[in-house]
Design a protein around this ligand. Sequence first.
Ligand code: ADP
Length: 164
Amino acid sequence: MIKRAIYPGSFDPVTFGHLDIIKRSAGMFDEIIVGVLKNSAKKPLFNADVRVTILEGLLKEYDNVRVEAFEGLLIDFAKKMDANIIVRGLRAVTDFEYELQIAQTNRVQYENLDTVFLVTDLNYSYLSSSIVKEFAGFGGDISKFVPASIIPMIEEAIKNKKEN
Ligand code: ADP
């Protein structure tokens, strides 16, 4: 049986922390589907299609990784993709309680679904998409947080957001 895993998130924007989890999980499973969540509570910096395009560009050398946008329940997306593994990253204890609750809820609803947690690389344990947005919003250098190729897009989107 193919080991197909979903790595879901908002990726608004994707960071080196996310990319590290994707690369490591691509070595552990046959296929990784990066699931880009459309129905975020907050108004995103980039719409889901743009986030998908950005991720595809950054991940094109990984033959067993593909990127799909989704909305609604993760369990429904997992069923649709015929995947029974969810990958999530754990940065700190603060992530744990929430992640545990979500993983257990998903398993109650869909008993074939297992959640696997990868512990973040020490270099990225402080890093989140919100930090990137906040830092860039004040004109900070985000080159330690995200790939150089996407910095201009992020800066432009933040500038446009401020003007609106
Ligand atoms: P969500 O909005 O669902 O938290 P994110 O895009 O922020 O989505 O994160 C997606 C996943 O990546 C989550 O499992 C999160 O814990 C993990 N993650 C986020 N930042 C990092 C990081 N710096 N290192 C490792 N994992 C991370």
